[in-house]
Design a protein around this ligand. Structure first.
Ligand code: GLN
Length: 530
């Protein structure tokens, strides 16, 4: 790794979007990062979003998808998950910048007299703060990528555009590469691609003082070169810098598409190094994923937001990658936790109960764990999925009314109870047990065997925990504790010694799984289904 590691030598890539959002700006940014990483650079990446929320902790997963958690405990949107998967690095609390948090910081400073009587303004105070956050997130990297959420011209995002324009004054234009991702629609009635929206989007960006170094034209099908050339001609941009990225089946093939588009020459010029990226592991993953294997495994995902891939994206991505490296095809079957019965569980080869909040569907998740304990069907429990497993075991062990305080269980039945210090904070953002915590694994346990070590660090996001007062019942019901916090106070892992694979954890291992380096719990779970 050629880590130059000084702030001065860091180069910055800014990725903005035009025409409309949701056309893969984040994946394009992450793919450029993956290519640069494959050239040997230390790459970091950050998302700036103009929402007034302070973090993503209280955002609804149906609308916004899964809430991702960084190692240092920030609740962010799912883009950071994509970044970690593509770049195999750990984002941090600096990797996600939301307007709400910036305003809060500025207002707090103003209230405490930090501006010494000056007027506080969007420019320079807000724009300076954005730049400060960018430099902070870039620390220690050779190349730092910044994705700006939304589309250029959105009223609420203008100050971010101004901030990234000003940024080039600070670090030098030659140290910045501006990439604008635009959508080029196909008009079915006239059977042609229309460049006008892209031209207008580039005009908007120019109006804010930024002439992009790269324009990425997103299209549903490959665009003829003439389309890119037309956009280049009408926007005063070098035609070699206008590239086409047509839709592709898997996001993990986007890095290859980006390479094919001709971006490498531009990146090489930007970093002053024309070495080829080593994409061999990506190629291997692509080959394994694209292959039709003899065996198909069926995984039942017992969930509340059925069919909403985004709401459990780290879990589904981890399962799919685990299948590819295990050389099997995978079918993920959504099982509606509110209606689930034994028949649904019987249909699949293994069950995954992911994290969740709120009462809806929780009995179905407990039933799934009961079914697995009784039949020996492989089970992987993640956070709420572990709490449900513990409730199921306690019920099997004789405590028929066992439940979680989150869902109304009282003293005498609360096998899952609220953590010390969490009472009364149930609807407050950013107050859960968040981020990395160490767990010690039980000597000789299956969990220890899966990880191949005695101590692990996993990310967390929970308020409730196992009440160790009921461990006798839980054990009678078929589960043992296989990992705890180092002081033994919190249960981090449980497992069913009688089952082929039944491991559940209070943590969210899915956040640390990578397509090119699958998390051992997912790898071994899928292997047990073969
Ligand atoms: N609702 C549970 C808790 O707060 C589980 C959280 C989760 O699954 N992320 O402890």
């Amino acid at each position: 790794m050629r880590n130059k590691n000084t702030e001065k030598s860091c180069k910055y890539i800014f990725v903005t979007g035009g025409v409309l959002s949701g056309v893969g700006k984040g994946i394009t940014a992450a793919s450029i990062g993956a290519i640069l990483k494959a050239k040997g650079y230390k790459v970091s990446i950050q998302k700036c979003d103009p929402y007034l929320n302070v973090d993503a902790g209280l955002l609804n997963p149906v609308e916004h998808g899964e809430c991702f958690v960084t190692h240092d405990g920030k609740e962010t949107d799912l883009d950071l998950g994509h970044y970690e998967r593509f770049l195999d690095f750990e984002t941090s609390k600096y990797s996600s910048v939301l307007s709400g948090a910036l305003y809060q910081e500025l207002i707090d400073k103003e209230r405490s007299g930090g501006f010494h009587g000056k007027t506080v303004q969007m420019v320079p105070h807000f724009t300076d703060l954005v730049q400060e956050k960018i430099e902070k997130a870039a620390e220690g990297s050779d190349i730092h990528i910044v994705e700006i959420g939304g589309t250029v011209g959105d009223y609420e995002g203008l100050s971010f555009i101004e901030a990234i324009r000003l940024f080039a004054n600070r670090v030098g234009r030659g140290n910045c590469l501006y990439v604008h991702v635009v959508y080029v629609p196909w008009i079915n009635t006239s059977k042609e691609l229309k460049t006008k929206p892209a031209q207008n989007a580039l005009k908007d960006l120019r109006g804010f003082g930024i002439i992009p170094d790269v324009v990425v034209c997103r299209t549903e099908r490959p665009a003829p070169r003439a389309i890119c050339e037309k956009i280049a001609a009408f926007s005063g941009i070098d035609k070699e810098a206008v590239l086409n990225l047509p839709d592709i089946e898997s996001v993990y093939d986007v890095p290859f598409n980006v390479l094919k588009s001709g971006v490498l020459e531009i990146l090489n010029r930007f970093v002053g190094d024309d070495s080829d990226p080593d994409m061999s592991k990506w190629k291997e993953f692509s080959r394994l994923r694209g292959k039709e294997w003899a065996k198909t495994v069926r995984v039942g995902l017992v969930a509340k937001y059925v069919g909403n891939d985004d709401a459990y994206i780290c879990v589904t991505e981890a399962l799919k990658a685990a299948a590819a490296w295990n050389k099997v095809n995978i079918e993920i079957e959504w099982i509606n936790a509110e209606e689930a019965t034994g028949k649904d569980f019987a249909r699949v080869d293994g069950l995954v109960v992911p994290g969740g909040f709120g009462t809806r569907g929780v009995e179905g998740k407990i039933k799934a764990a009961e079914y697995a304990l009784e039949t020996g069907k492989p089970y992987l429990g993640l956070c709420l999925g572990m709490q449900c497993a513990v409730v199921a075991a306690a019920r099997r062990g004789g405590l028929k009314s066992a439940g979680s305080e989150e869902f109304g269980a009282k003293e005498g039945e609360n096998v899952i109870y609220i953590m010390e210090g969490q009472r009364g904070k149930e609807s407050t953002g950013g107050t859960m047990r968040l981020g990395d915590y160490v767990a010690k694994l039980k000597e000789g346990s299956k969990t220890q065997g899966v990880y191949g070590k005695d101590e692990v660090v996993e990310r967390h996001r929970h308020r409730y925990e196992v009440n160790q007062k009921y461990l006798l019942e839980v054990e009678k019901g078929g589960l043992i504790v296989s990992g705890t916090s180092p002081d033994g106070k919190l249960v981090e892992f449980v497992e069913a010694p009688e089952c082929k694979f039944f491991v559940a954890t209070q943590a969210h291992p899915e956040f640390k799984s990578r397509p090119l380096d699958v998390h051992p719990l997912f790898r071994e779970f899928v292997k047990s289904l073969k």
